[in-house]
Ligand binder design. Structure first.
Ligand code: FES
Ligand code: FE2
Length: 423
């Protein structure tokens, strides 16, 4: 349970709010690279309550500037890409990707005042199949070199969906190992449409034992399942500062996902998914087919509150799925988080956490501490500023069977010791 003040503190992210300042201290994905290919059209992007337009100029350089023209407010996302920037359709003012006003063609020579005009502009870069933006102050840090962002193209795939609730509900769902046994339960023998894995056969249907540990990048999450044939199955997932998670996908150390939850505003957010496998190329055809079958042209799941998530109660009774909402995990997650109420921001003063919610409590603690740290004028946690420092040395994301005598922490220590010995 959180107090009203704490709930407000973690859910409000507009410019000038404490959590908004924390989230702006890191690069955030704002679009997939597929949405903004070279030569692509400008697109409006709302992020943390700021209305912006993402575009490529006529040299294909990326820009992210204020959506409303500083002249008289017309939407620049309809503008013309030409002459080194984006030109407003109303009176032709031209802005480059740094927000400089390059031209005011309606003003007579000698009366132009371009040098007095500046549009909002943020740095953007492409990495790992997404376009990332830095909305913070000062020198931007680096985007961490996760394998799901820097591996070979054929081993990675990024997606974006829009979810109609506060961002923190999305993040909490991805760090919560307890819900998968219920919300995502499927009959034995049913392979996942996205990973191809039969999860019930791999790790059983019993709730896991859960523990957490603080790390340099956030929080490590251990879930140990009593798997079929008396075996122990470990999942190591992570919360990554400030709005990311890396759930394992029953693919061992070779395959897992990155996820980012980026506020559109306080009532909706984008969920970015970065699929990754280092063992073999991803089956992109299967992933794209599953996306096409489950997500509409508005980037929202086809199952949504307006159609009561197309719940089929007969299918529920027949045992075809746990909730009668099909077998697509992200749509099931969207149902769970979009209906947490009342309204688009869950009222956490009214909840009752149990021992299986230990991760939820740990992630909130980490976030509250991080917000406080930034409010006190200190650097946000987990920022990487020096490329030679490399990646987080204590990062592990894996899943698999472990020996009876082993637990999550001892398994990870052994893995990390092996890694540093090999370096
Ligand atoms: S409103 Fe954009 S140029 Fe006038
Ligand atoms: Fe889930």
């Amino acid at each position: 349970m959180l107090s009203k003040e704490q709930n407000d503190l973690l859910t409000m992210t507009d410019a000038g709010t404490p959590c908004g300042r924390l989230l702006r201290s890191y690069w955030q994905p704002v679009a997939t690279a597929d949405e903004m290919p070279p030569g692509g059209d400008p697109m409006p992007v709302r992020i943390m309550g700021e209305d912006l337009v993402l575009f490529r100029d006529d040299s294909d350089r990326l820009g992210l500037i204020g959506q409303y023209c500083p002249h008289r407010g017309t939407d620049l996302s309809y503008g013309r890409v030409e002459d080194g920037g984006l030109r407003c359709l109303y009176h032709g003012w031209l802005f480059d990707r740094e927000g400089n006003c390059l031209d005011q063609p309606a003003e007579p020579e000698g009366r132009k005042f371009c040098d007095k005009i500046h549009n909002t502009a943020y740095p953007v870069q492409e990495k790992g199949g997404a376009i990332w933006a830095y909305l913070g102050e000062g020198e931007p840090p680096l985007i961490p070199d996760f394998a799901f962002l820097s591996g070979p193209d054929e081993n990675r795939q990024a997606f974006r969906v829009v979810q109609m609730c506060n961002w923190l509900q999305g993040l909490e769902s991805s760090t919560d190992p307890a819900h998968t046994t219920f919300l995502h339960r499927r009959p034995p023998g049913k392979a996942s449409e996205r990973s191809g894995a039969d999860i019930a056969a791999i790790r059983g249907n019993e709730p896991p034992a859960i523990a957490t540990e603080n790390t340099s990048f956030g929080t490590r999450i251990y879930a140990v399942h009593n798997a079929p044939q008396g075996r122990k199955y470990l999942r190591v997932n992570n919360y990554v500062f400030p709005s990311g998670a890396t759930p394992s996908t029953s693919g061992g150390a070779h395959a897992y996902q990155g996820r980012w939850y980026v506020p559109i505003d306080d009532h909706s957010h984008c969920r970015f998914e970065f699929f990754y496998s280092d063992k073999e190329p991803l089956n992109k055809e299967r992933l794209l087919k599953s996306r096409a079958e489950n997500v509409g042209p508005d980037s929202r799941h086809l199952r949504r509150p307006e159609n009561r998530y197309l719940q089929d109660r007969d299918a529920l009774k027949r045992g075809e799925s746990w909730g009668g909402m099909g077998l697509h995990f992200p749509a099931q997650d969207a149902f769970a988080i979009e209906t947490q109420g009342p309204g688009p921001i869950q009222d956490r003063t009214k909840e009752h956490l149990g021992s299986s919610d230990v991760v939820i409590a740990a992630v909130r603690r980490a976030l509250l501490n991080a917000v406080k740290q930034v409010e006190e004028g200190k650097e946000a946690p987990g920022l990487i500023r020096d490329a030679s420092q490399g990646f987080y040395p204590d990062f592990v994301c894996t899943s698999g069977y472990i020996e009876d005598h082993e637990d999550g922490p001892s398994y990870c220590r052994r893995l990390l010791a092996g890694k540093s010995a090999a370096e």
